[in-house]
Write a protein that binds this ligand. Structure first.
Ligand code: CTP
Ligand SMILES: C[C@](O)(CO)[C@H](O)COP(=O)(O)O
Length: 289
């Protein structure tokens, strides 16, 4: 059951979330689209849409899909009754093509240049409200921003030497962040960057920030605090972590039992204690024999 959408609040400009769900999940399982996989009992794409439904400052949501998942995503949206989803559009073969399709749709709809656009990976289901709010706020000062998480590892920039990768440089760790989403922009800024990038068929960026950084290098992109829990589900190995985060957010323990123990329900700690007592009693009985 979806949480009800927050009432949109009066703002000067539209705040549009673009939820990118048009990927093919080749690193996950191409026969099992990851955006439809349930974690904590809820499809990943629904977690992401709901994060923006619940933010009162988000006025509209555009969902980007591919033909393989369109039917299922549309049914999920209908069943949940997401009130802010305006349109479900087809994406393209790469992530940037899907973003470009969303920008074209928004342009055709006559969205104002100063609208705030938040572009989010559908496969980052646990994005925090603070990251969404922080992204919207950052656009009052900057025309571009990205949620990112400070790297705890030292990051190595590499280059090719024969068939080996070798280290080219080592940036100072306090200056290294892992890019997350949402990545947010004033509409005219991201549209301009994409227009410039479209002239280069060899440009294959994996995120939208790169499009601004490469094509509008004078435009600062602000960092908004992300979190380790804003996980991108990339391979099957990410699912156990995702389940753990979902359980925490849903307030359940690792076995899916509600943390609130009602009358008649079995407290898992009590159950474990009873099991241990039984085992000890059995062991003691065997020692006496
Ligand atoms: N053509 C594409 C490619 C990706 N995405 C979206 O961009 C996000 C991040 O992409 P990624 O994790 O790489 O997903 P996939 O492209 O599905 O995975 P893979 O690269 O393993 O095929 C996902 O929400 C994905 O659905 C998209 O909308 N359109
Ligand atoms: C946008 C992104 O999630 C930021 O970390 C990432 O770049 C997507 O990359 P992918 O190659 O599409 O997984």
């Amino acid at each position: 059951m979806a949480k009800p959408a927050s009432e949109p609040i009066a703002q000067h400009v539209p705040v549009v979330a673009v939820v990118l769900a048009a990927g093919f999940g080749t690193r996950f399982d191409p026969d099992n689209p990851k955006q439809l996989v349930a974690v904590g009992g809820k499809p990943i794409v629904c977690w992401s849409i709901e994060a923006f439904e619940q933010c009162a400052r988000v006025s509209d949501i555009v969902v980007v899909v591919n033909p393989k998942v369109r039917g299922e995503v549309e049914s999920l949206i209908d069943e949940a009754g997401y009130a802010k989803v305006r349109v479900v559009i087809d994406g393209g073969s790469e992530r940037v093509d899907s973003t470009a399709a969303a920008l074209d749709t928004l342009a055709a709809a006559g969205i104002p240049d100063d609208a705030k656009i938040l572009i989010h990976d559908a496969v980052r289901p646990f994005v925090a409200q603070s990251a969404i709010d922080g992204s919207i706020d950052a656009l009052d000062q900057f025309k571009a921003a990205t949620v990112a998480f400070a790297s705890t590892d030292t990051v190595l920039l590499t280059e090719d030497l024969g068939d080996r990768k070798v280290v080219k440089s080592v940036p100072d760790r306090p200056n290294t962040y892992r890019a997350q989403t949402p990545q947010s922009f004033r509409f005219a800024t991201i549209r301009h960057a994409y227009d410039l990038a479209s002239a280069d068929p060899d440009f294959h960026p994996t995120d939208d920030t790169r499009v601004v950084v490469d094509y509008l290098p004078d435009e600062p992109v602000a960092i908004v605090s992300g979190a380790e829990t804003n996980l991108k589900i990339t391979t099957l190995a990410d699912i156990p972590t995702a389940e753990r985060i979902a359980e925490q957010l849903l307030g359940r323990d690792a076995h899916g039992v509600s943390g609130v123990v009602g009358r008649g329900a079995v407290d898992p700690k009590e159950e474990a204690r009873a099991r241990m007592h039984a085992l000890l009693a059995q062991a003691a009985g065997q020692m006496r024999r």
